[in-house]
Design a binder for this molecule. Structure first.
Ligand SMILES: O=C(O)C(=O)C[C@H](O)[C@H](O)COP(=O)(O)O
Length: 212
């Protein structure tokens, strides 16, 4: 898969909803009901971070939920890419980018949403052909004003800002011409996942799906 094909696919995913939930799931039994609650609330694109031992099984379960598009986040190594593909992930997200990681994703045919935080990082990814990138960590790097400023000389790159994004500041990003969608964990808070409050999570998703 070429970087430009990957970016076309991640752009299409980012256009499905204003928010991509970033999920940290400890228990495989929570996977299906959690994905169903988010999809029912209007957020079909889900990022499961590979930060828990259960993450790959969680992706396997969520990949079967109708209407959902499940990707793997926190991809750091070629092995992570292969594990994500084997589990049924349809896209990948990384906090930053390395050539080894991008080589592996392109070879495996996994569309990547690679992370960048500075103009040089954005330019390096653009040079390789990635026109859709994750601005990470968004708030810590200056938030929406910083992303707007990056967009002045680099308007051809579109972003999914993630990291510190919440209901309060999401529209600051979504109103920028270079922002396609945002990523955030606030729609699946740990306490609601732990207690199985799927209605509550659906309500948060519904609220998030109206943003922008
Ligand atoms: O590990 C990755 O690949 C990630 O995607 C990291 C996430 O972007 C942040 O963990 C989101 O964090 P919140 O600030 O809680 O919304």
């Amino acid at each position: 898969m070429t970087p430009s094909d990957a970016s076309q696919q991640t752009e299409a995913l980012c256009r499905l909803a204003p928010v991509i939930p970033v999920l940290v799931v400890d228990d495989t039994a929570q996977a299906r009901p959690l994905a169903e609650a988010l999809v029912a609330g209007g957020l079909p694109v889900l990022e499961v971070t590979l930060r828990t031992p259960a993450a790959l099984d969680v992706i396997r379960e969520m990949a079967q939920v109708e209407g959902g598009k499940v990707g793997a986040g926190t991809l750091l190594t070629p092995k992570d890419v292969q594990d994500a593909v084997d589990a049924g992930a349809t896209f990948g997200v990384s906090p930053g980018a390395t050539d080894r990681l991008l080589d592996a994703a392109e070879e495996a045919g996994l569309p990547m949403l690679p992370g960048a935080a500075t103009s040089s990082e954005v330019m390096a990814l653009l040079e390789r052909g990635y026109t859709v990138q994750k601005f990470f960590p968004a708030e810590a790097n200056g938030g929406a004003p910083a992303l707007k400023a990056i967009g002045s000389p680099l308007p051809q790159v579109r972003f999914c800002p993630t990291g510190g994004v919440s209901l309060k500041n999401a529209n600051d990003y979504l109103s920028l011409s270079n922002t396609l969608c945002v990523g955030g964990s606030w729609v699946a808070p740990k306490d609601k996942v732990a207690s199985g409050d799927w209605d509550g999570i659906s309500a948060l998703a519904r609220e998030a799906s109206q943003l922008g």
